[in-house]
Ligand binder design. Sequence first.
Ligand SMILES: [Mg+2]
Length: 224
Amino acid sequence: MYQTLLLDADGTLFDFDAAERRAFEKTCGAMGLAYTEGFYRRYQAANAACWRKYEKGEITKPQLQYDRFAALVDFSDPAAANEAYVGFLARGSQLMPESVPVLTALKAMTPARKCCIITNGIDRVQRQRLRDSAIAPLIDGIVTSEEAGAVKPAAGFFEYAFRKLGLTEKGDALVVGDSMITDIAGGANYGLDTCLVDYEGSYGGEAPRPTHVIRRLTDLLALV
Ligand SMILES: [Mg+2]
């Protein structure tokens, strides 16, 4: 039914929570700071606030990367902390448990189907994580917000992805992701069918209604 799957990376195919936590722990070590669970939670809050500003177009990606460490006064050199963090993060390619079996099955069912990644993540980080991961041979393309010059959910991001991947028919593509804002609203606004991957079971019927809602990645096999 869908010839192209446009798959979000973090929180959908990649276990970003695990990768971030480990990268932050290593960054603390590199910067001579003690890692604690509370410290990590403070970083998560600062980082999330910066990403929200970035997704609204209020700050640039370099600003986001600096601000999230500057917000934590513990880091005397936020730029160096971010540089270390991004390096560690780029080496963290932990996947969700069902990513390999599901992508393998999708390819086996319909070899001509394209499985592509669409992500707001940092270009160098996302490409390296994909290259190092077991799903690399199963992915046909990757589009990042940095190269697109636009951020999901903006229509410009999806326009760029369509151009880059050589897609023409909106009805042939399905956006698959865990974010109601960037993936579901973004895809729907561009006129695409969407599939919410609701691992937590937290979806309560809010608008825009996804075309499909799944609780496990394996449920995708029944939709395509
Ligand atoms: Mg995501």
